[in-house]
Design a protein around this ligand. Structure first.
Ligand code: NAD
Ligand code: GLY
Length: 367
């Protein structure tokens, strides 16, 4: 039986694809029909998600592929590197995988980014499907084709734009996600409100308790609306020549927090939570939104179980340390930091800001 599912299409000419959202999708063979023909499928997952869900996914894929291989990566952002990527290539080559082999990325953003990059580069590109299992991955990282790994000198610095053939968001798997990871995913859901859709922000205010209780109807709407907004932005600017940067609202401050604390101490979504408050405060001090808007966003971020204040990264010169880290941001141009600001509720823009003002924001928003 085909489970009831919602669909969002991401329009990218020949690279267009569907995002399928619903419960029980992992084990439904019909969800995987119509993908490029292949003899072999390779499920790439990790040591946490694989034991929970790889067998269920495999039970659906046997209807379509005569061989199914598995690669289980070590779990954790610290393993998002060349060595782990190499271990995917090792299995693909060892099992004689050809250009028609299809990869299924089963996991959160770390697995999705790495399996996607492996698919982008193995034999110069083989098809892949995203099967995201974290809220963050379902609403953000599995959609839009950014793939890659970290370099010791910077996060996500090596990678490729490479679109999946399909994204399968099974809401049922979110039931096993740890509370802290679930809240981290909510940060990426919340960001879509201030940058693109104030009605969605209002809906989130009404339904935050339902989301925290992981009620399916609320999850379904949150994932669908997030994917619609992301699909719309990526459909206009696939390779981030401009507009797509608005999806990084809160991330400039957030990445500085992640790097400054040491990767893994603050989760990505936690950095984005506090980072959105800082970016909203900067927008306010630039005269773009009123104080009530900043307060409203801060309250919602707090209700989602996320930090609303940044950590102190340097007791001597905290703002200086943030500025130093933010200059490494991929949006920086000739050493000038460019911030995603709210240019009126529901509308974002990317612009520089005077260091003196950014220092005031950091002083006001860190504890
Ligand atoms: P993650 O992939 O590390 O997953 C978080 C934790 O949850 C891991 O321990 C994982 O094993 C576990 N997990 C995953 N699914 C589970 C489930 N259903 N039940 C129980 N445990 C489960 O982290 P994430 O937040 O999903 O992704 C963060 C990564 O995504 C970062 O590397 C970030 O750079 C990247 N990212 C990429 C994009 C993009 O556009 N490509 C966008 C945002 C973030
Ligand atoms: N997560 C930001 C982007 O996909 O562009």
């Amino acid at each position: 039986m085909t489970p009831i599912a919602q669909e969002v299409t991401i329009h990218l000419d020949q690279r267009s694809y569907r995002i399928v959202i619903g419960s029980g999708l992992l084990s439904a063979p019909s969800v995987y029909a119509g993908l490029p023909g292949a003899n072999a499928a390779v499920i790439v997952s990790n040591s946490t998600v694989g034991p929970l869900y790889a067998a269920t996914l495999r039970s659906a894929l046997v209807a379509h592929y005569s061989e199914i291989h598995e690669v289980l990566l070590p779990d954790g952002e610290e393993h998002k590197n060349w060595q782990t990527l190499q271990s995917i290539f090792d299995v693909l080559l060892d099992r004689g995988c050809d250009r028609k082999t299809i990869v299924f990325a089963l996991g959160g953003g770390v697995v999705g980014d790495m399996a996607g990059f492996a698919a982008a580069s193995y034999m110069r590109g083989i098809p892949f499907v995203q099967v995201p299992t974290t809220l963050l991955a379902q609403v953000d990282s599995s959609v839009g084709g950014k793939t890659g790994i970290n370099h010791p000198l910077g996060k996500n610095m090596i990678g490729a734009f490479y679109q999946p053939q399909r994204v399968v968001c099974d809401l049922g798997v979110l039931g096993t996600l740890p509370v802290r990871e679930f809240s981290a995913g909510l940060a990426e859901v919340i960001k879509y409100g201030p940058i693109a859709d104030m009605a969605f922000l209002g809906w989130l205010e009404l339904h935050m308790d339902d989301l925290l209780a992981r009620r399916e109807r609320a999850l379904s709407h949150a994932v669908q609306r997030s994917c619609e907004i992301k699909a719309d932005v990526v459909g206009q600017d696939e390779r981030e020549s401009g507009l797509r940067a608005i999806l990084n609202f809160g991330h400039t401050f957030g990445h500085a927090i992640e790097a400054g604390m040491g990767y893994g101490v603050w989760l990505h979504g936690e950095g984005v939570g506090a980072g959105m408050v800082m970016a909203a405060e900067l927008s306010h001090r630039l005269g773009l939104v009123d104080a009530a808007f900043v307060k409203r966003l801060t309250v919602l971020i707090e209700r989602a179980g996320l930090p609303t204040q940044g950590p102190v990264l340097d007791a001597q010169d905290n703002a200086g340390r943030y500025l130093e880290l933010m200059r490494l941001d991929k949006k920086s141009e000739a050493g000038e930091i460019r911030f995603v600001v709210i240019d009126g509720p529901g509308r974002a823009a990317v612009r520089p800001a005077p260091d003196s003002l950014v220092r005031q924001v950091i002083d006001a928003c860190c504890a």
